[in-house]
Design a protein around this ligand. Structure first.
Ligand code: ZN
Length: 102
């Protein structure tokens, strides 16, 4: 039986130690309260006897969903830098030098 374990984020096949839920890149995307919940419900040895608590599984599933949502939102939005400049914010037709303060 092969014993490798991989990141639980959807579509990620990076190998991680069995006691970690995700690779470091995905783990960083998990909201802090969920990370705390996962560590709170983690029981040392659960990855050996394969009997994590229901609480741990619920927290793990929520973390996996949160990461999937973030990745989907990022894909939908494309590169964030492309939206930094929004010409409509500056109005238009105000470029002719017609200062009103004179
Ligand atoms: Zn990953």
């Amino acid at each position: 039986m092969s014993q490798h374990h991989h990141c639980h984020a959807r579509g990620c096949v990076r190998r991680v130690p069995p006691k970690l839920l995700m690779c470091p890149g995905h783990w960083r995307m998990v909201p802090t309260p969920l990370r705390a919940e996962i560590w709170r419900t983690y029981r040392p040895g659960q990855e050996v006897d394969k009997r994590p608590s229901a609480e741990y599984l619920a927290a793990a599933r929520a973390a996996i969903d949160a990461v999937a949502d973030l990745e989907a939102a990022r894909d939908r939005r494309g590169r964030p830098a492309s939206r930094l400049f929004a010409p409509s914010l500056f109005g238009d037709g105000d470029e002719g030098g017609g200062r009103a303060d004179g």
